[in-house]
Design a protein around this ligand. Structure first.
Ligand code: SF4
Length: 463
């Protein structure tokens, strides 16, 4: 009997891509393949690509260069490229890297196993669809077959695409218009996940607040969805990312406040603090409007942690506009932020604005100054938690110290703590915080709130 073929998937980019990779893994397993321990041994290597940042191309072609050498040693190996870069660049990938066997896009992930089989018979091929098949909703269905990384926490994609037109963003042209999954499918998936031991759900979408807008004008469906997910027995924590500030409605805030399993955590991407820059970014809100929504959320949801995304060096950003960004960040008092230096993506409106040159050293200086303000705010927030009892879901060995464990509080804060014999991955513990740093907390377990419903031993990392 011949051994089954093995596969490995390398993922670039966001959580939606991570979850797409889990779904792809499920499809490959259903097609008879088994996971390989690494690329060196895999019969099939899939690169699930991202195109948000400028260096995405570099990362893809450097990974492909490495795989070319492997393929020269093992000509039977298959290499596939999927995801956003494949959707955007299609035919160009096999022109630049002729050793790639299959290129598939974001709309036909479900076809990847069949394309790999076809390529074995017919040779290299590229198949990228311009839009998902709305009948079959092919890019969504595999969610039920996903091979998930974690036994206790799961992502659930509620929509793909984006109807917004942010001037710096390539996503709408790559991922297409918003398509929402029916609420009944989502509840079914959440129920299935809960019955398999999952206690934490992270709801994913490019703009979760507009969930369901393509299904019905009767809104707001996202608030309804949160409440419905809150009814699923066994799910203890619900998080979501990302809501667009212009679409954050009072009904969503009320659903967060009134659904006990929805975590007090809000990722609300501000992007900039200058109204001139926000307008040039086509974000659809002013700073004042953003802060007003934020204040409503903080008022309604006690102990709300707020995180954000910020872009430095948008074309034409002046010193005064950057100061407005710093001032906005000081007022908003974020718990943490993902900060990015603007990179022009071909095909976006902002790429046409790049003649408004800002020198690299100016951008780097601004970036550092912004980071300092954010770190101060994060440190203050974390120091204020010292002495408090937090509910923490144990995730596994700590990356900071192999003798410790780490997990997340309900606010999504990373916390490291000493290991205990009776604590396994997926256990909910009650933990006393004894130290706050800008990017993490330290603490000690005081009690076990709930043992996991599955039997995963913590694989302690060797030091
Ligand atoms: S909301 Fe704006 S930044 Fe987010 S995916 Fe849509 S276009 Fe891109």
């Amino acid at each position: 009997m011949t051994a089954p073929k093995t596969f490995s998937i390398r993922t670039f980019g966001c959580q939606m891509n991570e979850h797409d990779s889990e779904r792809l893994a499920g499809l490959l397993v259903a097609d008879g393949l088994v996971p390989a321990t690494n690329d060196q041994e895999a019969d099939v290597v899939v690169l699930n690509t991202c195109t948000i940042r400028e260096n995405a191309d570099l990362k893809l072609y450097s990974a492909l260069g490495h795989l070319k050498a492997l393929k020269e040693q093992r000509p039977d190996m298959q290499i596939a490229v999927g995801g956003c870069m494949a959707q955007k660049d299609r035919g160009a990938i096999q022109q630049r890297a002729s050793w790639v066997d299959v290129v598939f896009g974001t709309h036909n992930l479900a076809s990847a196993p069949a394309l790999l089989r076809r390529a074995r018979r017919e040779g290299p091929l590229t198949e990228v669809l311009d839009a998902p098949d709305p009948q079959a909703n092919l890019d969504m269905a595999p969610a039920l077959y996903a091979v998930r990384e974690s036994a206790y926490a799961a992502w659930i994609t509620i929509q793909t695409g984006c109807d917004n037109t942010c001037s710096y963003c390539i996503v709408p042209s790559v991922r297409g218009r918003e398509i929402s999954r029916p609420m009944t499918d989502l509840i079914e998936e959440a129920t299935m996940l809960a019955s398999s031991g999952v206690v934490e759900l992270t709801v994913l979408g490019q703009n979760v607040n507009s969930y369901g807008r393509d299904i019905t004008r009767r809104g707001p469906l996202f608030a309804e969805l949160l409440r419905a997910l809150g009814e699923v027995a066994g799910i203890e924590r619900i998080r979501f990312t990302s809501p667009h500030p212009k679409d954050l409605r009072p009904e969503t805030i009320a659903a967060m406040a009134e659904t006990p399993t929805v975590c007090p955590q809000l990722h609300l991407p501000l992007q900039h603090g200058s109204n001139r820059v926000l307008a040039a970014m086509r974000r659809g809100y002013t700073l004042e409007r953003y802060l007003e929504r934020l204040a409503l959320a903080r008022e309604a949801i006690p102990d709300l942690a707020v995180t954000t995304d910020l872009i430095v060096g948008f074309p034409g950003e002046t010193d005064a506009e950057f100061d407005e960004l710093l001032a906005a960040v000081s007022v908003a008092q974020f718990d943490s932020a993902y900060t990015f230096i603007f990179s022009a993506r071909e095909g976006t409106r902002a790429a046409l604005m790049t003649d408004q040159f800002i020198a690299d050293d100016v951008i780097k200086d601004r970036f550092e100054r912004l980071k300092q303000v954010l770190d101060r705010s994060a440190l203050l927030k974390h120091e204020a938690r010292v002495g408090r009892l937090e509910e923490v879901l144990v995730e596994g060995p700590s990356r900071r110290n192999a003798a410790m464990l780490s997990g997340r509080t309900r606010q999504g804060k990373l916390v490291h703590f000493a290991c205990q014999d009776d604590v396994r991955v997926g256990t909910l513990v009650s933990l006393r915080v004894n130290h706050g740093a800008p990017y993490h907390l330290l603490g000690e377990i005081e009690d076990i709130v709930r043992a996991p419903r599955h039997k995963v031993r913590i694989p302690l990392r060797s030091s």
